[in-house]
Design a protein. Structure first.
Length: 201
């Protein structure tokens, strides 16, 4: 059964979200974009329009914007939307794990047993999340990132491409971990960390 889907955001990230949606059995029918210069164009053969063109609610939607704070704002604004969880069929997801509404898991990702993932999270291409991890709302785990077991990632945090987080490490909310970092110790909230091993910048 194919489900109709509204996609919020018309940038490059939306291309991957639309591809994931189609692979997961959804048919994106409209892209909603704040930038009027994009209205009337297409992304992945889907028409881009403004929010004045939204259908009468209720409708299914997904936020296709990589910026964590923007996903939070859109979730709070479009309260009539039923947010869909998109899981690419090539992702490996243990049935004991829990994944919140609006979260997108891209191709090649691995989510191991007893993982808890919040709402509107991005688990990007080929990222791995090992057993017993706890990931808050609006987190973005970038491509090729590896979280070891029992890692905790606070709300709104970005973990950059190709990073690794060691077992039991806690990363506070709304933090940024730079690309390629090796996180061996906990990072406080609203911090920037980077390097090998990662240090607060």
């Amino acid at each position: 059964m194919v489900h109709d889907l509204i996609v919020f955001g018309g940038g490059g990230h939306a291309k991957v979200v639309i591809g994931t949606a189609r692979a997961a059995g959804y048919q994106p029918s409209l892209v909603i974009e704040a930038n009027p210069s994009k209205w009337g164009q297409q992304v992945m053969a889907v028409l881009i329009a403004g929010d004045g063109d939204l259908p009468t609610p209720p409708y299914n939607g997904v936020i296709a914007i990589g910026a964590n704070h923007v996903r939070q704002k859109l979730n709070e604004h479009y309260t009539a939307c039923t947010w869909q969880t998109l899981l690419h069929p090539s992702a490996i997801i243990d049935e004991s794990s829990q994944i919140g509404a609006g979260t997108v898991v891209f191709a090649g990702a691995v989510i191991q047993p007893e993982v808890s993932i919040g709402r509107h999270v991005v688990i990007n291409t080929s990222a791995t999340v090992d057993h017993d991890c706890r990931i808050g709302d609006y987190v973005h785990i970038a491509p090729g990132t590896n979280l070891a077991g029992s890692v905790e990632v606070g709300e709104g945090t970005l973990i950059g491409i190709g990073s690794a987080v060691l077992p039991g490490v806690k990363i506070g909310s709304w933090s940024i971990i730079g690309a390629g970092a090796i996180v061996t110790a906990s990072i406080p909230a609203r911090s920037k960390g980077g390097g090998v091993p990662a240090r607060v910048i």
